[in-house]
Design a protein around this ligand. Structure first.
Ligand SMILES: [Zn+2]
Length: 291
């Protein structure tokens, strides 16, 4: 599943290759791709045809592209995209053969590269939402600003985290508290901050929260730097196969391998139908659970 750095890579790709271009035609190849557009596929197509994408923005794992009319005035709508488990937004030459799981195609009036939405598992989707110029569509406004966003409020995050009565890993995955941190980046950030994921948030010190946020920022920043290379191939890549996964992960998926810091074998524990990875030496479990 694409996590925040991959989605930010896609946003940058869209900003570079799609913003400023006018849609000539839209094809929807699978109804599930636009199921979140409640007025239906035909309405989705009509809302975008002839409009120009003015920019590419992101909130958490959602992307939105505001549209303008031919004369440059805001069209009052934006295309919203979510990649789900397996979605990709690809910028391809028109001659490139269709992908097996092509769900939607956008051609542009300049006759250049197409934008294609490819999604094997069809958990992702596209919709057109009302939007006030470049402002975030209302439906996305509740999603927390993530730490890659320049307007992220560190003090507010710290206070909100310490007010919660939950476990720290659950809090990191709570999209209303901090945007875009998935399972992989949560585990890596907790390792950097030397915190076990079951630590109660209301017992964390300010210094521990600051360390955790440093961990989140550095992990996301490094992943973003890795993903940035995919622009060079004109390919907006979100398949999660970047070099980051093999080269930079300290704990995630590293069960029985030595902790890069202390050499203790990494352990896997079950967590919400998934797995958590940690170093039992650097990240001891909290001694007593909350009573
Ligand atoms: Zn360790």
């Amino acid at each position: 599943m694409p996590e925040l750095p991959e989605v930010e890579v896609v946003r940058r790709g869209l900003e570079r290759w799609v913003a400023g271009r006018t849609v000539a035609a839209v094809e929807v190849h699978h109804p599930r791709a636009v199921r979140r557009h409640l007025e239906g596929a035909e309405h989705f197509v009509a809302a975008l045809t002839g409009r120009t994408f003015s920019a590419a923005h992101r909130r958490g794992k959602y992307l939105w592209l505001p549209t303008v009319e031919a004369d440059g005035t805001p069209a009052g709508r934006a295309m919203v995209a979510h990649l789900g488990m397996s979605g990709q937004l690809l910028v391809e030459k028109p001659a490139q053969p269709d992908e097996t799981h092509l769900r939607a195609r956008f051609t542009f009036t300049d006759g250049g590269r197409e934008l294609r939405f490819v999604d094997q598992r069809t958990f992702g989707g596209l919709a057109v939402e009302d939007a006030d110029g470049e402002r975030i569509p209302q439906r996305l406004a509740h999603i927390a600003i993530d730490p890659l966003d320049p307007s992220f409020d560190e003090a507010a995050f710290s206070a909100a985290l310490r007010r919660r009565k939950t476990e720290v890993k659950r809090a990191l995955l709570d999209q209303t508290l901090i945007g875009g941190v998935g399972n992989i980046y949560a585990d890596e950030s907790l390792w950097r901050a030397r915190l076990h994921g079951t630590r109660p948030t209301d017992r964390l010190t300010r210094a521990q929260v600051a360390d955790l946020l440093d961990g989140v920022r550095s992990v996301l920043g490094e992943a973003l730097a890795q993903g940035g290379t995919s622009f060079d191939s004109l390919y907006v890549d979100v398949n999660g196969q970047s070099g980051y996964f093999s080269r930079f992960l300290a704990v995630y998926g590293q069960v029985d391998r030595p902790c890069p810091r202390c050499g203790t074998p990494i352990v896997r524990e079950s967590f919400m139908n998934r797995s958590s990875y940690s170093c039992p030496q650097c990240q001891p479990r909290p001694r007593s659970r909350r009573s």
